[in-house]
Design a protein around this ligand. Structure first.
Ligand code: GDP
Length: 464
């Protein structure tokens, strides 16, 4: 497909999605102040609009299958993935490990599993940028006494340790030092130009052609290399998957509660998640018979599974909690909790669609891994709060594709081409951001902008 076709199709798909967010949110506001008769009429109207929305969305998906586009996409995704995987393999297998330059990443960051793994992914990006072999220091890792190799395959067959002293990060200029220790992203200074959400210039156009969110495709490739399970972990995941009856179609729902609520995120009821799951299955039933509406439920809240089962009798809930109960969930740094969260992330990433809060690193990680195992998974999610982000990213810009005049003091103006730093999507037709051109911040209609792909010069690994 040519570039313009892809761009216009994505715009149309986005507008359709935003149209749904807008109408459903406006109608529920109107319902709150209406009498019973109007409420009933609005419900009938919404049922028809939902039907039309699903069919239109299916029409767009059909457009992607004509002229062998689907096969092309899959082939291109695999080819590109091969290139990146070979480069990472090359990086991790230097000819002479003793003299190779290394970037050392310590796992024992004082935070949860998703947070530690995101630290590792960022280390790997910087290692790729510096052409330094990534060495994981997982000694004393609270999650696993056997360290990284107790859970995953080693990141190299030939080069996994460093000798000598560790030099602190002083920027890309520290190229003479043999071993550099990378600090956490919040204290990284100076920052290299290839920090998230940048994608490499030599692959950017190709990634953009196959994926509407190039950075998540890019980071998904680092996940693909890093998170290769050891034979024991793989065996236990496969056994548990079978035991629980994980089967497609399935929607992955992750509900993050406990310590996160009112500190980093708001509480969301199970109904808020299931609203999107219902929509997913209503649409799917337009094109296939769904014998069982299945949900994979991942959560740190030990009381949620019985509640979900009681409230949604027409669903089958599959959950790790069924067998591991809440063992280890509260003690966040045990091997038990590690196995729970690793399995949950794997099942979420294998699901057909994800409903969660992107404020949780657990769900963002599942979404990233999904991009490497499925060719076109950019839109297979609904977040109840944040848009996708990578902790420590260098901003996230969108650009105006239609002009907008603020309708009241809460909104911002823009002209075509203005860059807007996006803070979030309110999932009601509006997003919030700052117009860099004017320095003003406020709401704007989400359908009038498109994502900007950040591109940076990475090494091109010509030897591979
Ligand atoms: P965040 O706090 O949700 O952004 O993600 P982190 O991974 O940094 O920390 C959350 C910790 O809570 C994880 O390491 C897990 O121990 C636990 N946790 C959160 N959500 C889940 C879940 O869905 N399943 C399991 N098994 N554990 C979870």
């Amino acid at each position: 497909p040519n570039k313009e076709f892809v761009i216009f199709r994505r715009r149309a798909e986005k507008t359709l999605k935003e149209l749904w967010y807008f109408i459903s949110s406006e109608v529920s506001k109107i319902k709150k102040v209406s009498g019973e008769e109007v409420k009933d009429k609005l419900s009938v109207m919404m049922a028809t609009i939902e039907d039309m929305h699903h069919l239109l969305s299916i029409n767009f998906e059909d457009l992607k299958t004509i002229n062998g586009q689907h096969e092309w996409l899959e082939k291109e995704h695999n080819l590109l993935s091969d290139i990146v995987q070979k480069r990472l393999h090359f990086l991790q297998h230097p000819k002479d490990c003793n003299s190779a330059k290394k970037l050392v990443c310590q796992l024992n960051k004082g935070c949860g599993y998703g947070c530690q793994m995101h630290h590792l992914m960022y280390c790997f990006i910087v290692a790729y940028g510096l052409e330094r072999t990534l060495v994981i220091d997982s000694s004393g890792w609270r999650y696993s006494p056997k360290g990284w190799n107790g859970v995953f395959k080693p990141v190299s067959k030939t080069c996994t340790t460093y000798h000598g002293s560790l030099s602190p990060w002083i920027g890309e200029g520290s190229s003479k030092e043999q071993n550099v220790l990378l600090p956490i992203v919040d204290s990284l200074f100076p920052r290299p130009k290839y920090m998230p959400l940048a994608v490499p210039r030599d692959l950017a156009d190709k990634i953009h052609q196959i994926h509407s969110h190039p950075f998540v495709w890019w980071i998904g490739q680092f996940d693909k290399y890093l998170f290769r399970y050891s034979p024991e972990t793989q065996h236990s995941i496969d056994r548990k998957r079978e035991l629980l009856g994980f089967k497609k179609p399935i929607v992955g729902v992750q509900v993050r509660r406990t310590d996160k609520i009112n500190t980093e995120a708001a509480f969301h009821s199970i109904e808020e998640y299931m609203y999107w799951v219902d929509l997913y299955y209503n649409k799917l039933e337009k094109v296939q018979v769904v014998e069982k509406r299945r949900v994979y439920l991942a959560t740190d809240d030990g009381n949620l599974l019985p509640e979900a089962k009681m409230k949604y009798k027409n669903y089958e809930f599959i959950s790790d909690q069924e067998i591991s109960k809440s063992a280890g969930l509260n003690s966040r740094y045990t091997e038990n909790s590690l196995h729970g969260v690793v399995f949950d992330i794997q099942m979420l990433s294998e699901s057909d669609y994800l409903v969660c809060t992107f404020s949780s690193q657990v769900c963002r990680m599942a979404y990233e891994i999904m991009q490497s195992s499925q060719p076109d998974a950019a839109k297979k999610f609904q977040s109840l709060d944040d848009i996708y982000y990578f902790g420590g990213q260098s901003g996230h810009d969108v650009e105006a594709i239609y002009p907008h005049k603020a309708r009241d003091g809460s909104e911002i103006d823009f002209n075509v081409g203005d860059r807007i730093g996006i803070a979030g999507n309110h999932w009601d037709g509006y997003s919030k951001g700052i117009n860099h051109h004017q320095g003003k911040s406020g709401l704007f209609p989400s359908y009038k902008v498109q994502d900007v792909m950040e591109v940076a010069d990475f090494p091109t690994y010509d030897a591979v």
